[in-house]
Design a protein around this ligand. Structure first.
Ligand SMILES: *Cc1c(COP(=O)(O)O)cnc(C)c1O
Length: 393
């Protein structure tokens, strides 16, 4: 029996050759492929600067540090996201808060965000930053997020990990136009892969500079940036300076070679993901047990996920039984996500509780992610969709 997971990489001979070529070269890490991959990211996503790092979580961590988040700062994100979107707030010592999702877009509700910011303002507090997550590959309402960010003077981060290849206002290069920093992940389930990997894209030179220093131990090697006054010491060929507490968040050259090869195929991958979504939309249409994902006007969904909502409240069946039955038919679904505020760590340390974000919690009860990756063919899709429909009968 064939087995289907919710997501999977797509690797071809060219990808394999690209990696092998680097393995035979002089540089396995900190070589030319890193810069070349960063250039490819800039070209594809329209940013002035890009820093490739070891994963998407590191990208979020460094973005927060480079934006100067610190203890006492309030940073807001959506509860329906991967843990890393909220954990990165904690890494910098800032305080996390959430705003519920919108029930149609599944992204942060911009009206509720403004209400929350007004509350903070009335209590004499400012919101430092908002992390918008383009959930499942569907862009947030970036235009209104941007105008709020100007009105209330907060920073904007795009957790863009799901949305590689999405468009907003018919533009694939939308993310850096709105956000101060855009964080991406190239994990194998994402829309293209480097194995593990991530990047921070920005149009801001200072932010980029700080990220590049922080990803390699906070060390500066460039003569013109040394802080030391002693001009003799500056001339010593091996001299280097640690100016910040940084990390080793570097990515390797062979991973970047894979990224360079993969990013060329992103358009094709996303096109196929859209076809698969169309197939599912048709298969599940006119069935009152389902709520299908919709796409905002002027947006192009990148379908990292196909989030299907099932009205279990109308069925004799729970999500657990559905998972078990589908799994025994080789269909391994997932749930994206358990709302972050309901994790014990967030409940215990910040006092969040069930009922705080009801739309997110309802979404979580109903949501499943069904298989979505480019190599699924019509036979696979027919099998998967009919199994889901039959199982619910
Ligand atoms: C995958 C993902 C991340 C983290 O990326 P890693 O590369 O796995 O560290 C962060 N945010 C979201 C929304 C993601 O889907």
């Amino acid at each position: 029996m064939k087995s289907y997971s919710y997501g999977k990489q797509n690797i071809d001979k060219k990808d394999i050759k690209a990696v092998i070529d680097v393995l035979k070269s002089d540089w396995l890490t900190q070589g030319p492929k890193v810069k070349e991959f960063e250039k490819a990211l800039c070209d594809k996503f329209g940013s002035k600067y890009a820093s490739a790092v070891c994963n998407g979580t590191a990208a979020l961590h460094l973005a927060g540090l480079a934006l100067g988040w610190k203890q006492g700062d309030i940073v807001i994100t959506s509860p329906i996201t991967f843990l890393a979107s909220a954990n990165c707030i904690l890494y910098s010592g800032a305080t996390p808060d959430f705003v519920d999702i919108d029930s149609i877009s599944y992204n942060i509700d911009v009206n509720k965000l403004e209400e929350k910011i007004k509350c903070y303002t009335q209590n004499g507090k400012n919101v430092k930053a908002v992390i918008g997550v383009d959930y499942a590959g569907h862009p947030c309402d970036w235009e209104n997020l941007k105008s709020l960010s100007k009105k209330y003077k907060f920073q904007l981060v795009n957790d863009n990990c799901h949305a590689l290849g999405a468009t907003y206002k018919n533009n694939e290069k939308y993310a850096v136009k709105y956000a101060d920093a855009v964080c991406q992940s190239f994990h194998p389930v994402k829309n293209f892969t480097t194995g593990e990997g991530g990047a921070v894209l920005t149009n801001n030179k200072e932010i980029d500079k700080r990220i590049k220093i922080l990803r390699t131990h906070g060390v500066v090697k460039n003569n013109s940036e040394f802080r030391i006054q002693n001009s003799e010491l500056k001339k010593i060929p091996w001299y280097y300076e640690m100016q910040f507490l940084g990390f080793n968040y570097r990515i390797t050259d062979f991973q970047c070679a894979l990224g360079i090869s993969q990013i060329k195929k992103l358009d094709r991958f996303v096109k196929r993901r859209k076809e698969i979504a169309e197939y599912y939309n048709k298969a599940f249409d006119n069935n009152e047990n389902f709520i299908l994902p919709t796409v905002n006007k002027n947006s192009g969904h990148a379908y990292h996920l196909y989030p299907l909502q099932i009205k279990f409240e109308n069925l004799k069946f729970g999500k657990k039984e559905l998972f078990e039955k589908l799994s025994s038919s080789g269909i391994k679904c997932q749930v994206h996500y358990i709302p972050v505020h309901l994790q014990p760590y967030y409940k215990n340390n910040f006092g969040f509780k069930p009922g705080d974000f009801p739309i997110s919690e309802k979404f979580y009860e109903r949501q499943i992610s069904i298989p979505m990756y480019p190599s699924l063919d019509e036979t696979d899709l027919n099998y998967i969709s009919s199994k889901i429909i039959d199982t619910l009968k």
